[in-house]
Design a protein around this ligand. Structure first.
Ligand code: SF4
Ligand code: ZN
Ligand code: ZN
Length: 299
């Protein structure tokens, strides 16, 4: 059994990619310090910023909200009720309870009132569920942040999320992606700054942090996630990491350091304002307003 590097007590986790074993108490301390370090390293935000944390009810987003408040940042939560049956009901419940526990403010957006539920939108769209869902969520994060005076939107994406998305995009040589994915996306043309303070933590680490802090998160997966290819890529990366510890983190960090800067220069966005809602978009009418139109026609 490994011993904690700080105090010598029994370790509850060994992180080979950091060559670090820690006990319960020192893992929590390390996790919080490392979050702060990542925030500073990428200049994500400061104590002067008003942060909106996108919360789903899952471990990553609730843990992120918890850590940011503990570190003394001004952070409120934004929950989007997607209307995905029981899954949405239960996740909302978890969010409300958690907000109450930490005395945090949770803004709730109900998609059914705003537009239509995800299952309804999937019906009228040719896109896959997660693609529709991602689009609608990003749109609302941005819109709500601007309307309510938040300067940054923070999401709970972890290393497994980022590395698996990277792997899938590398396998398809998606150059556009390679110039766009970074833990900080600066504010530009109607988009608020977006940050991912957990991008260097593995899923196992965020789960352990949530567990040790008694965070009651939704464990069940969204019913649409079964077809998500990202699950498959995550499994593959974990298998590679078991064989060759540290590969996952290195794959992601080397991308940020070596590959992203090369592709970033080529990225040129020509944004205009959506003629219907005024949000930034590449075309005349933004994809969310186009979805709204389709719902109206089909309804
Ligand atoms: Fe949305 Fe897909 Fe996530 Fe479900 S799995 S919440 S549909 S992005
Ligand atoms: Zn210790
Ligand atoms: Zn629009």
């Amino acid at each position: 059994m490994k011993k904690c590097r700080i105090c010598g007590k029994r370790a509850i986790i060994y992180m080979p990619h950091h060559r670090l074993a820690l006990c319960r108490e020192h893992f929590v301390e390390w996790f919080e310090k490392y979050t702060e370090k990542t925030i500073k390293e990428f200049k994500m935000f400061t104590k002067k910023d008003k942060i909106l944390v996108a919360i789903s009810g899952g471990k990553d987003s609730l843990a992120l909200w918890h850590v940011l408040r503990k570190l003394g940042y001004e952070a409120d939560g934004l929950y989007i009720h997607l209307g995905i049956g029981e899954y949405s009901e239960r996740s909302k419940e978890k969010v409300m309870k958690f907000a109450e526990r930490i005395g945090g403010k949770a803004i709730i957006v109900d998609l059914k009132e705003e537009l239509a539920t995800i299952p309804e939108l999937v019906e009228v769209s040719s896109r896959e569920a997660c693609s529709v869902c991602g689009l609608v969520k990003r749109y609302n994060f941005n819109k709500v942040a601007k309307e309510r005076g938040y300067s940054v939107v923070a999401t709970g994406h972890n290393l497994d999320d980022e590395a698996s998305a990277l792997l899938s995009n590398v396998l398809n040589w998606n150059e556009k992606y390679l110039g766009r994915k970074y833990p900080v996306l600066e504010e530009e043309g109607g988009f608020v700054r977006k940050v991912k303070p957990f991008c260097k933590f593995t899923e196992k680490e965020t789960a352990l942090y949530a567990l040790l802090n008694g965070i009651d998160f939704i464990e069940e997966e969204c019913p649409f996630s079964e077809d998500a290819s990202s699950v498959f890529y995550k499994e593959i990366l974990n298998r590679i990491d078991e064989r060759s510890p540290g590969t996952k983190l290195r794959f992601y960090l080397d991308y940020l350091r070596k590959v992203y800067p090369k592709f970033k220069k080529e990225e040129k966005k020509e944004l205009q304002r959506c003629k219907v809602c005024g949000e930034p978009t590449m075309g005349e009418i933004c994809p969310v307003c186009r979805l709204k139109e389709k719902v109206k026609v089909s309804g």
